[in-house]
Design a protein around this ligand. Sequence first.
Ligand SMILES: O=C(O)C(=O)C[C@]1(C(=O)O)C=C[C@@H](O)C=C1
Length: 267
Amino acid sequence: MGTGEGSSCSCSCSEEEERLLKLESIRESLVRQEDTIIFSLIERAKYPINSPLYDNNHTHNLPTNTNSLFHFFLKQSEHLQAKAGRYTSPEENAFFPDNLPIPLLPPLNCTPVLHPPGDSININDQVLNLYLNTLLPLIAAKGDDGNYAVTAASDVNCLQALSRRIHFGKFVAEVKFRDAPADYTPAICAKDRESLMKLLTFQSVEEGIKKRVEKKAMIFGQDVDLNENDIDGKYKVNPSVVSQLYGEWVMPLTKFVQVEYLLRRLD
Ligand SMILES: O=C(O)C(=O)C[C@]1(C(=O)O)C=C[C@@H](O)C=C1
């Protein structure tokens, strides 16, 4: 399992395993993923909403059974990335997991870290719905500049970064379970979601994350002017929206994934 963002969490190759199956390492990866999420939101905010891209009653010349140009773009992107092996990693969850092509490359020969019944959890329907209907109107200005391809490409980056982060809950849950199986087992056996949620929640960690992502959004999203010492207080993405994103959606969904994973942990 990897701690850095570029490294694969799909498997832990030999002696790395012990070190990497640590809550601290997982949290470091979550911190690094904040950068990717915030930069991807900043990129998306360059374009207006461009609502025809998401219009299911489009007039675009799309294949039949395709909802919107964005739907088509995302599905085709996943198709291509599946061929390059993206979804062989349990860190990656497709938005359209059915009928993906088989990878062109052979799989890596590593020991899987996740417990198989939990590995298949996929809540990307919720992630997509949240992104399109709630987050996008908060980060993109109203309007239509016709730049649908670049807009869709930056949407895909945002969605993949958010999906990866939220589904990382599987790894967090696995590590927490391995660290304290006796704490989690009774609640798992009783299918007691509320107790599991209490066990895995660290309120002070969550408060720190909300503050940090807000600060990162301020630092990453300001204009850098060589002649000015003061920043003008304008940010490319509203820092409080980023904090809200984490507090209301990213962390709750990550915890939802953790609970779902733990409920399958003894299957
Ligand atoms: O760091 C943890 O312990 C996690 O479970 C991750 C996470 C998060 O999503 O960032 C979720 C729940 C905790 O309350 C704190 C943080």
